[in-house]
Design a protein around this ligand. Sequence first.
Ligand SMILES: [Zn+2]
Length: 292
Amino acid sequence: MTDLRPLTFTASPLDFSGLERADQAWIETQRLDDSAKVLLLHKGSLATDSAGDPFVVRAREADDLPIARPGLVFLGRWDSTPWFCAALEPGSVPDGLNFRVAAMRAEPDFACLMGRAASLLAWHGRRRFCSNCGHENRAGVGGLKLDCGSCGMEHFPRVDPSVIMLPFSGDRCVLGRQASWPPGMYATLAGFMEPGETIEEACARETREEIGRRVLHARYVASQPWPFPSSLMIGLMAEIDEGELFPDDDIEDAKWFTRPQVRELYEENNWAPKHFSISRLLIETWLAGEES
Ligand SMILES: [Zn+2]
């Protein structure tokens, strides 16, 4: 077995309070709680305070800040503390911490807050107007829903499911690389699910499209919310048929690797911490010899 700490963005300490949050009076009670806190983002990055730390203020203090629409968005309760997030008006503060870098370094619990905040605020940024009629939306349920006052359509935060898989056969696996990645970096394959397919079918289709091989058997391993901006990565081990690889246009290269070759690749390079992505979890699982 692998000895990884929980994947980043998983095992959230937040209680999303799904039963209570539809009550606007309850949300207001949370906001007025003396312990209530607000995590502030700015242009998709983590806003920072004067010490360079994540900018967190008491909810009451947020009234004095240049908060962008839709205002405070309820994240949930962490122990007895209500947590909100909000976006600062673009340009109102200096640029903050790159979100991806900050998430790599953050404590696991705090990274979950950051991820939920980034996904929700990115959704608000793209959904100001109703996608059905173009009228301006109005936030409800503590910012976890948008209502169109014109056509009545309700809009909910997006989650985009994606499959991410490590293809293997015998004692070799396949890793691919995208042209935009750092030089020499190889990792698992991935792609968005499409309407009308199961997780296993998406895994088989993406594997066939990306490397031209057939999946014989796929096994679900784990999933990971991936707030860039709102994916859910569904991780699988995919046993495939042996043979030549035919990388498609989405990936620059794909190669067969033995376990010693994969170990060498990841020992020599530190592209991201082990706990940061499910790609690495799949690779570590395979290196541990749990699939053959
Ligand atoms: Zn509408």
